[in-house]
Design a protein around this ligand. Structure first.
Ligand code: IMP
Length: 444
């Protein structure tokens, strides 16, 4: 029984959480396979708002197993805070959540290194990370010698390994001007406590997922961040440190791509970016502020104001192809209401040459001057519209044009944060969406 994958096609924050929540009704297992506590998902359900970071939003429903795989970097303190936050609102976590023993663990030095390297050593424009230690933890994972995986916390060798790593880290932190060394004993005590709390959740999730796939269970892979932040295929170096596009699913989860036969690409009806790096369609003006205000474009994790701009079809077409997307979900369409006209970037001019190919080097992307097409806007609010046919003609035309430019059908349009503020569009050959919820939403 092949699975489904939900991938953000821009720079993250595309409101994937809501779609995952809707799709969970049709799946048995929800899988988070990349990133860490840098991600933030907001799910609004039944008038209640849930903010999730590491734990898949499937946790809000009964009858679903949530899995955090080895492709994720895990900050145990933050994961435990999230678990306790859910439990305090009546959401059961134990027995519903599995965390991979292969997941690499974020330690205090990663957070410190993130702060130092992002601010001082990146040269020129800072990456503007979320400060959650993500890049340094992935770097140590690939480097191997200074890495600790969750499974290591349960081995007798952990204290000695930790002490050795702290010794090395204190040397490098001192060379970067950090005066107070890390205290290995205190860290050991903290992480021993975290390990005890997490123990019932720790599993070989690769084996679990392969068994589940072979047993015919329906898997839902929840992307974190967006494809343009992919470490290999995004706007490097202004990216996160994992494969956040569709290409990351197999590596991050251990489940081969042949088990995924439906890929849903999630797009905002405009563009946003948080942190550094080029955003070709950025509107650092009243239009950008209009989008920021109406879209509440402030980071879920860091509350940083997001940079806002027009929809970039060059970028979206690239990431839809890269991620093997079958269909598109266009989110926050309501935010565009009230504009006289709406622009869409259909090509770039780079060094006087027009192209629809997304540049592979960030310096070329910086030079890209968007070529815009102007579409008529619509007046009035559409947050209460539930049927595509009832949308203003201009909004329907806008969706149709995005589909044409990106080269995939739009099957979902979202007009607000609530689960109900979602409409499903007819598209030739498109698969059905779960309308009636087959799983009970967890009680708060
Ligand atoms: P890091 O993932 O904290 O290393 O940050 C690297 C870049 O990715 C920065 O520009 C962050 O703002 C961005 N980023 C990381 N996670 C998210 C997210 O969930 N949404 C949007 N941007 C993100």
């Amino acid at each position: 029984m092949p699975g489904t994958c939900v991938i953000g096609l821009q720079w993250g924050d595309e409101a994937k959480g809501k779609l995952v929540d809707i799709l969970t009704g049709d799946h048995d297992v929800v899988v988070r396979y990349a990133g860490g506590a840098n991600a933030g998902h907001t799910v609004v359900s039944g008038g209640q708002t849930w903010k999730l970071s590491l734990i898949p939003s499937g946790i809000l429903r009964d009858g679903v197993t949530c899995v955090v795989t080895g492709g994720v970097v895990l900050d145990p303190a933050s994961a435990i805070r999230e678990i306790e936050g859910l439990e305090s609102r009546g959401v059961r976590v134990d027995g519903k959540l599995l965390v991979s023993d292969r997941a690499h663990v974020v330690f205090p030095w990663h957070i410190e290194e993130d702060r130092i390297l992002n601010a001082a050593l990146s040269g020129g424009e800072a990456i503007g990370t979320t400060g959650r230690g993500i890049g340094p933890c992935y770097r140590d994972k690939v480097g191997r010698s200074l890495a600790i995986r969750l499974g290591d916390l349960y081995r007798d060798t952990f204290p000695a390994k930790l002490r050795e790593i702290v010794r090395v880290k204190n040397q490098s932190l001192a060379s970067w001007g950090v005066e107070t060394p890390l205290d290995a004993a205190a860290i050991e005590a903290d992480y021993a406590r975290f390990a005890t709390r997490l123990r019932p959740l720790v599993a070989d999730t690769t084996a679990f997922l392969l068994d589940a796939a072979e047993a015919g269970q329906r898997l839902l892979f929840e992307g974190a961040q967006g494809a343009l932040l992919d470490v290999d295929h995004g706007t490097y170096p202004f990216v996160t440190s994992s494969n956040s596009s569709g290409v990351g699913v197999a590596a991050g989860s251990g489940v081969p791509g042949r088990w995924v036969d439906r890929v849903i690409g999630v797009l905002k009806a405009y563009s946003t970016r948080v942190g550094g790096g080029p955003l070709p369609t950025e509107q650092d003006n009243a239009t950008g502020q209009y989008l920021r205000d109406r879209g509440n474009e402030y980071g879920t994790v860091t509350r940083r104001p997001r940079r806002c701009g027009w929809f970039d079809a060059v970028a979206a077409r690239y990431t839809a192809r890269l991620s093997g997307v079958d269909e598109l979900a266009v989110m926050l369409l309501d935010v565009l209401g009230g504009l006289d006209e709406i622009k869409v970037c259909t090509a770039y001019e780079i060094d006087g040459r027009r192209t629809t190919q997304f540049p592979s080097h960030v310096d070329d992307l910086r030079k890209a001057v968007p070529v815009y097409e102007t579409l008529p806007g619509w007046q009035g609010e559409i947050a209460d519209v539930r049927d595509h046919a009832a949308l203003p003609r201009e909004a329907r035309a806008y969706l149709a044009r995005l589909a044409e430019l990106v080269g995939r059908p739009v099957t979902v349009a979202s007009v607000g944060p609530d689960r109900d503020q979602t409409m499903f569009l007819p598209a030739a050959g498109a698969r059905p969406w779960p309308r009636a919820q087959s799983k009970t939403p967890a009680k708060a």
